[in-house]
Write a protein that binds this ligand. Structure first.
Ligand SMILES: Cc1cc2nc3c(=O)[nH]c(=O)nc-3n(C[C@H](O)[C@H](O)[C@H](O)COP(=O)(O)OP(=O)(O)OC[C@H]3O[C@@H](n4cnc5c(N)ncnc54)[C@H](O)[C@@H]3O)c2cc1C
Length: 392
């Protein structure tokens, strides 16, 4: 099969969709992205690109340029409310395994970079896909503005709320984790934050990491009913009061943040799916496996998806075969991550002081090898080799 003989459409211009378009370009495929927003800029928050994502970016030939946009993460400790270390993951051993480092990056920087690699005439903004229909061998996508587009292969990369996924699997509506999240990126000049940490306390979790350009990205997760109208109206004053007894520099970071910097949303994912491939239609990134952010792997898995998809397209005899092989190689891994992340979130968000005391005590006395186990299972395998049945 020559993949370039087929027309590809990608729905969604997030990290999954943009990386897919760049990857397909390398196979000589001019994929067209249809994106609902009218300007693609990436929201003003940071996130982690772990060593596995850097490995996937290496496969896509993007690693060197992207690592220049990222802040090198030498460590990522979990702390208690007073700042004592609960878990000190050995990120160095993982980096050695992959020969890659971990980075934190600003989402807007990554979006801008990825977008710069795609010809403008292949990106169609203000196009919200509503539904699709199969017409013979082809797929016709219907947009809310009444227009349509036809293709031979469809990559559904429109995120956790994906309408097209819900057309394929009606029960795949997003599920609420039980906690809500504020995020912001602010100036680091007066804080001088050097290390990335996440703090687990009785009044919620607080994570912070330095970014390039002398910036700090922070997030805070608090237990709450879904779309809580009171928390929706919280600003910095309420957050500062909530976290006032947490260790330094958390109160300072909050006092340096303005209400206008805050991004608020409930944390949701989708329950693990049994299928990602539907003939010539494939679910990519969050559309196929949105996960809670507790392992920092959502975007990392979207990038892994693209590396594996390209690998399959190079050798498969048809698009449905490539997509089916992709599903075979990806499903177990992305479902493991979703399930593990969901469970970690439950434990990290405990707010009962008695349970927190037991949890923190156990975490402190647990041998390092055990603490490291989950991270090793996630990161020390070569995702390109999982269920691979051919040599490329
Ligand atoms: C608080 C938080 C922290 C996180 N931290 C990390 C982290 O540290 N590391 C990590 O790897 N991941 C992290 N993630 C997850 C990461 O943000 C996502 O996994 C990643 O953005 C998924 O990319 P995507 O392209 O699949 O989906 P999205 O980024 O959601 O992109 C989907 C795109 O599709 C568009 N779209 C939606 N509907 C339609 C439609 N009907 N038609 C056309 N276009 C449409 C949207 O506008 C959007 O541009 C975090 C997420 C959250 C919420």
């Amino acid at each position: 099969m020559k993949p370039a003989d087929n027309t590809f459409i990608i729905i969604g211009g997030g990290i999954a969709g943009l990386c897919a378009a760049i990857g397909l370009q390398q196979l000589g495929i001019e994929a067209h992205i249809y994106e609902s927003v009218t300007e693609l800029k990436g929201i003003g928050a940071g996130f982690g690109l772990a060593a596995n994502a850097m490995q996937a970016l290496d496969h896509l030939g993007l690693k060197d340029e992207i690592s220049k946009l990222g802040h090198y993460l030498g460590s990522y400790n979990v702390l208690d409310q007073k700042g004592n270390i609960l878990v000190e993951p050995n990120t160095k051993s993982i980096s050695q395994k992959y020969q890659q480092d971990n980075f934190a990056i600003h989402r807007a920087d990554l979006h801008q970079f990825l977008l710069s690699k795609i010809p403008a005439n292949q990106v169609h903004l203000g196009k919200r896909a509503n539904s699709f229909e199969r017409i013979g061998e082809q797929i016709c996508i219907h947009f809310t503005d009444g227009s349509q587009a036809v293709c031979d292969a469809l990559l559904v990369a429109d995120g956790v709320h994906s309408l097209l996924r819900q057309q394929l699997i009606s029960a795949s509506t997003p599920r609420y984790s039980g906690y809500t999240c504020w995020r912001a990126t602010i100036d680091n000049s007066s804080i001088q934050l050097k290390k990335s940490t996440e703090t687990w306390g009785a009044k919620g979790r607080f994570g912070m990491t330095p970014l390039v350009g002398n910036r700090v990205y922070w997030y805070a997760c608090i237990n709450s009913p879904q779309q809580n109208p009171t928390l929706k109206n919280w600003g910095i004053a309420e957050l500062a009061d909530n976290f006032k007894d947490y260790h330094a520099p958390i109160p300072t970071i909050l006092s340096e943040t303005k209400d206008a910097d805050l991004i608020w949303n409930d944390i949701i994912d989708i329950a693990p799916l049994q299928k990602l491939a539907f003939g010539p239609i494939l679910l990519l990134g969050d559309a196929g496996h949105a996960t809670t952010p507790n392992l920092g792997q959502g975007a990392c898995q979207a990038i892994e998806d693209v590396a594996v998809l390209l690998d399959e397209l190079k050798t498969a005899t048809s698009i449905p075969q490539a997509f089916s092989q992709f599903e075979n190689r990806r499903l177990e891994r992305v479902n493991y991550i979703s399930n593990t992340s969901w469970q970690i979130g439950k434990i990290a968000q405990w707010n009962n002081p008695f349970l927190i005391g037991i949890r923190n005590f156990c975490m402190k006395i647990m041998p390092n090898s055990l603490k490291q186990q989950q991270l090793n299972k996630l990161l020390s395998v070569d995702f390109m080799q999982i269920n691979r049945t051919h040599e490329s």
